[in-house]
Design a protein. Sequence first.
Length: 302
Amino acid sequence: MGLSAAAERRVVLDNHARLTTRLGGQLAADGTVLDFVVWPESSTDIDPFQDTAARETIDAAVRAVGVPLLVGAVVQVPGDPSRVANMGIVWDPSTGPGPSYVKRHPVPFGEYVPFRQQLGQLVDRFALVPRDFVSGQRAGVLAIGGATIGDIICFEVAYDSLVRDVVDQGAQLIVVQTNNATYGGSAQLGQQFAMSRIRAAENGRTVLVAATSGISAIIDPDGSVAASIGDGGAGILLGRVALRDDLTVATRWGAILEVGFIATALGALMWSAISAFRCRRERAMKTTAPFGILRRGRASSS
């Protein structure tokens, strides 16, 4: 719980690997064939590109299920030990790590500290965020298991443009990798889950929510919940989901509509302000008593 959640990073990685290996055994026993598997955000806070044991753990888990796995990882930025990247990595059972997405909208004061040098001297708690996360530069459109997915990491689901980008660029379904440990026990868990349901209906896409802690779920394109795991429990969700290519009105015209609504709202506010000013001026004129000055001078004598 809280900002110290990363202190349990080896345990978190081992938990995901153990559950995935168990899934592999179940698949072999009943003959079920999967296309891909999704792990949550920060399912490994240990950089698998630098830590041999972490890489071997992930490799073994991926081979156990025999299909590509989307891994949520915290990765060291090359040449800069003070910065890291929050990534989704497509991990293939044969070739290992492949295409990846870097979170584009890291959370201020949670994943990085603005003006760290100045503010760090004033607020000791900023030391709980020891490294700054970098921002990714491209949309999270990834090919995995024969599908094109749009990877959204955690609270990025709150931003219209980030979700719209991946759908515009060909995502057939949306994946939300999240870790809500910082907000455990709060209303944020339900709030973010509601956002994921809205995104499904808004864009006409299946949404897969994979949470390290929080609510994991399979959400149908109409926003209904097909299956879910509540906060605090470990488990596996299996499902057959829709892949779609069509664009909804919200996806196709959403940005234009947003600008239009904002412009209309601003126009309405300006008209209201002008009308109010006119009304006040008219009332002031009506309540003022009319007056006049008449002066009759005396005729001069000659």
